[in-house]
Design a protein. Sequence first.
Length: 120
Amino acid sequence: MFTGEGPIFQQLAARVADDIVSGTYPEETAVPSATDFALFHQMNPATASKGVNMLVDLGVLYKKRGIGMFVATGARKILLTRRREEFRQQFLQPLLQEAAVLDITPAELHSMIDEEQDPV
């Protein structure tokens, strides 16, 4: 499950975020505890806790004292908004910069994207 790319706690947080976005963990439902994640993935509990707390800090998860961790209302929207911005920075901006270097017009770029989505 963990690729070795980036710290394990960040990979765990990304995996839980993926599960929230996909609907595996709907809003207002419980998620496994940091201890459960640590046992399941055979990792240090402090590492698992750090990953879970990243999502708490984002407002995606919240703690119910004595009960466990839950997905916050609006968590999916928070994650999608964040991912769209990351997509813009990681993919769209470099694409547009390279298109400008290659003198590809916006219309040509749009056409290329259309062709990739609907190959003939």
